[in-house]
Ligand binder design. Structure first.
Ligand code: DOR
Ligand code: ZN
Length: 360
């Protein structure tokens, strides 16, 4: 059985919920899902309830995740429509970055004014970088800010041919930008929607075959930096209700889906591993602690089933798909935290990769 070793798998784009949305998922449940998916660390987005848009809210969230996480983590601070940049000095050292929502999605953090976007760009001096939700032509608006302020900017969940083409040109121009792509945009299209119904609804939405092909070409050319899950659990009841929310879980399916793509000859194994670990480490200037790695059996083939998932939401848009690559062991800081069946680390074992973690 060919075991490969991936040092420090890192997903910089997840929604772990908790707080007032603990019915969807919790820091404990989703950090276990992260470990079962092979991850050392995950970064949590600020569109929680309540949103992470003040120093006080960040402090509360750090305390809560510090008490509950089974893996290491980072928390994003959220740029708000009502200018909250005065808080940056207090939060910058403890956040993994500033998230700016420039198109509508779950929660109410949306900034549509270029002037307000610019205020946030001008003010952010974090240890972490700026991460943006930008779709379609909004990508061009953010590129103008990246060009003007030279602030390192990570473009999350890029999904269309238009966007990836604009970003590839911006990289050629030398702008300090990086690109994340999600498995659902690589493996599903809008043609899957009739079968998936609300389980195929997320932001950005599923696109056409030509968009998907453009993303794969960009990956093969080395233009894409990170494969990120955009893990966004909602309950089955919410997803089957009349107005279902956007978002799909992905922490436990990202690695095997990419290993299947390797087996299918769609990308080389070293590139897949880099997009799941090293590239994000470099973007956030992190080194995994000693003895922090994942052992994956790349030959093991199985079908994704909801019964085996750790995520509290208990479903996946990839159910029924055959994938390859079973996580056999996960080690963090010299401690075995997953044995292929069970998560072994305690709640509170995880650390904040940006600062002290447990707040007093
Ligand atoms: O589909 C999505 N769901 N996209 C996002 O950007 C947010 C996420 C959520 O929080 O549910
Ligand atoms: Zn997201």
């Amino acid at each position: 059985m060919p075991l490969i070793k991936i040092p420090g798998m890192l997903d910089p784009h997840t929604h772990l919920r908790d707080l007032h949305w603990s019915h969807k998922a919790t820091f404990a449940s989703e950090s276990k899902a992260a470990i079962a998916g092979g991850y050392w660390a995950v970064f949590d987005m600020p569109n929680t309830a309540p949103a992470t848009t003040s120093a006080g809210r960040l402090r509360e969230k750090l305390k809560r995740i510090g008490d509950s996480a089974h893996c290491d983590w980072g928390l994003y601070f959220g740029a708000s429509q009502v200018d909250n940049s005065a808080e940056y000095a207090q939060v910058a050292a403890r956040a993994c970055g500033l998230k700016i929502y420039n198109n509508a999605t779950t929660g109410d953090l949306l900034i549509e004014s270029d002037a307000m976007r610019e205020r946030h760009y001008r003010a952010w001096r974090g240890r972490g970088i700026i991460a943006v939700h930008a779709e379609g032509e909004t990508v061009d608006s953010i590129l103008r800010l990246a060009r003007k302020f030279r602030q390192p900017t990570h473009f999350l969940h890029i999904s269309s041919e238009y966007e990836i083409t604009a970003l590839a040109h911006a990289k050629e121009e030398g702008l300090p930008i990086t690109i994340g792509v999600c498995p659902h945009h690589l493996l599903l299209t809008e043609a899957d929607l009739p079968a998936l119904s609300a389980y195929g609804l997320m932001k950005p939405e599923l696109k056409q075959k030509r968009d998907q092909q453009a993303l794969w070409r960009a990956i093969q050319r080395g233009v894409v930096d990170v494969i990120e899950s955009d893990h966004a659990p909602h309950t089955i009841a919410e997803k089957t209700a009349a107005a279902p929310p956007y978002g799909v879980p992905g922490l436990e399916t990202t690695l095997p889906l990419m290993m299947q793509a390797v087996a299918d000859g769609r990308l080389p194994l070293p590139l897949a591993c880099a997009m799941l670990s090293r590239n994000a480490q470099k973007i956030w200037r992190l080194n995994p602690p000693p003895d922090t790695y994942t052992l994956v059996d790349t030959d093991a083939s199985y079908v994704i089933e909801r019964e085996t998932l750790y995520t509290k939401c208990g479903w996946s848009p990839f159910e029924g798909m055959r994938v390859r690559g079973k996580v056999r062991e996960v080690w963090i800081r010299g401690q075995k935290v997953f044995d292929g069946e069970q998560v072994l680390s305690e709640a509170g074992f995880g650390r904040n990769l940006f600062g002290a973690g447990h707040e007093s």
